[in-house]
Design a protein around this ligand. Structure first.
Ligand SMILES: Cc1cc2nc3c(=O)[nH]c(=O)nc-3n(C[C@H](O)[C@H](O)[C@H](O)COP(=O)(O)OP(=O)(O)OC[C@H]3O[C@@H](n4cnc5c(N)ncnc54)[C@H](O)[C@@H]3O)c2cc1C
Length: 443
């Protein structure tokens, strides 16, 4: 039996961040991972999708290069090569995580771990993995989430894809029905649409990208419709076969024929009902939980911050650092990004949330075309910068449509997290010409 200060189950963004920090701060740490280090994010989530989307963007740029005075005749693509590049990128990044673990002195155990005792009858937590027992003073659960498979009649008998299969597929389907218009569904819609697939998205809500600013989601949908993607909103899938999906909308049923179905209706935590406090501690004070397993946010960057908060607390508890260094988890400024082309990003509250909470606000809004750099780089491109300001001048939310929204949103995230007012942010010097200047211009 080997004893550790800290055991971590799950080697995704939450788990590997916690392990690296703990190891570097002198905790004897063991990390259990049953599949591949890097978790969903590196192996079948954030990174693979963005690698594929970048190939699609390059192809689209080549197709439309004429707009920039560049001739690029009959550009083509090779999907197996795109997938091979994605796999190479994943391998490189996973190797990087392994190297970080070694450098931090973390022991990585490959295998499925389970907790065999809690603290009620034992001062140490016991974990079983590969027929061995490990003990630890503290435990962080970072076991992530899994794809939700809804009970749609006929679906389980079809060869439907989840995001996992969609990332490995080496042939472009002629048509694709995507069940679910959330972030993952819409990113895949962009990818396959760019490669020439006829894509139809079926969404149960009255707009795609629930949780994002509704006005911007509507604008993005209009852009994607122009590119040939069909949308069925407020529509429910009631049956599926290998090559068709039956939907019900306003009490009427219709059938959509399709070569392939992609299911993306959401993810759920691998453990149900995990409760945590602001230090990511569960009701058992020696057991913490971080990342998707907590059941909200379901984003890699949230997982990373939660892991930092948990380890800071553990270091304080074990008297490795001053307890004063403990920080609480803040969910005030978690950016949400959709890596479509154009990108959408938002941070802070949306208008919908402010209205629901009865918080008064004013809207400042400008087309992205007010940024010279945006115009220079986005021939005929549309975009919006929308800033929501409180009556006291505080920045309550920032929502962007247009490239590179994913990068610009960091500026707004810092401002909101630091409690900056619109006046304070406006006084910051932005480099010129950058698309980021649109934030200052809008203010
Ligand atoms: C297609 C797709 C695209 C995404 N894109 C983005 C994006 O662009 N940006 C973003 O922020 N988020 C994105 N996400 C979400 C992101 O992947 C997750 O939020 C992130 O991976 C959560 O990290 P985690 O550490 O909590 O869990 P995970 O990354 O899920 O890692 C959990 C790990 O725990 C392991 N595990 C579970 N149980 C055990 C056990 N008993 N023993 C040992 N190991 C175990 C699993 O094998 C897994 O590797 C995407 C997700 C998907 C599916």
């Amino acid at each position: 039996m080997t004893h550790y200060d800290l055991a971590i189950i799950g080697g995704g963004p939450a788990g590997y961040t916690a392990a690296e920090l703990a190891g570097k701060n002198g905790l004897k740490t063991v990390l259990f991972e049953k599949n591949a280090l890097g978790g969903v994010c590196l192996n079948e989530g954030c990174i693979p999708t963005k690698t594929l989307l970048y190939s699609a963007k390059v192809y689209h740029t080549a197709q439309t290069a004429d707009k920039y005075g560049v001739t690029c005749e009959n550009p083509t693509f090779d999907l197996p090569k795109i997938i091979a590049r994605k796999n190479k990128t994943v391998r490189k990044l996973v190797a990087g995580i392994r190297a970080k673990m070694t450098e931090a002195g973390v022991e990585v155990v490959t295998g499925e771990a389970s907790v065999t005792t809690g603290l009620t009858d034992n001062p140490l937590i016991e974990i079983a993995c590969n027929d061995q027992t490990y003990t630890a003073k503290k435990l962080i659960l970072c076991t992530g989430s899994e794809t939700v498979i809804p009970p749609i009649p006929g679906l389980r008998d079809t060869a439907f894809w989840t995001s996992r299969e969609a990332l490995e597929n080496r042939e472009v389907p002629a048509s694709l029905v995507i069940i679910g218009g959330g972030v993952i569904g819409i990113e895949f819609a962009t990818f396959f649409n760019t490669l020439g697939t006829h894509v139809t998205v079926v969404e149960m809500a009255d707009e795609i990208l629930g949780g994002m600013d509704k006005e911007l989601s509507t604008l993005l949908r209009a852009e994607l419709t122009k590119k040939g993607i069909d949308f069925h909103l407020a529509a429910k899938v009631v049956a599926a076969t290998d090559h068709s999906v039956e939907i019900e909308k306003d009490g009427e049923k219709s059938v959509l024929a399709t070569a392939q179905i992609l299911l993306s209706v959401g993810r759920r935590p691998t453990l149900a009902g995990v409760k945590i406090n602001e230090f990511m501690q569960t009701p058992d004070p020696n057991i913490y939980a971080c990342g998707d397993v907590t059941g909200f946010s379901l984003l890699a960057h949230t997982a990373v911050r939660e892991a930092e908060v948990a380890v800071a607390h553990i270091l304080g508890e074990l008297r490795i650092t001053n307890c004063e260094l403990r920080t609480k988890m803040s969910y005030t400024a978690i950016p949400g990004v959709v890596y479509t082309n154009p990108e959408v990003a938002g941070v802070g509250k949306t208008e919908e949330v402010l209205q629901k909470e009865g918080i008064p606000y004013t809207v400042k809004q400008l087309p992205m075309a007010f940024s010279g750099r945006f115009v220079a780089e986005n021939e005929q491109g549309n975009g919006v910068c929308k800033i929501l300001e409180g009556t006291d001048g505080a920045i309550l939310g920032v929502h962007l449509l247009g490239n590179p929204a994913s990068e610009l949103i960091v500026i707004a995230g810092i401002a909101i997290e630091q409690g900056m007012t619109a006046k304070q942010l406006k006084a910051v010097v932005f480099p010129h010409p950058t698309v980021g200047e649109i934030i200052k211009e809008t203010l």
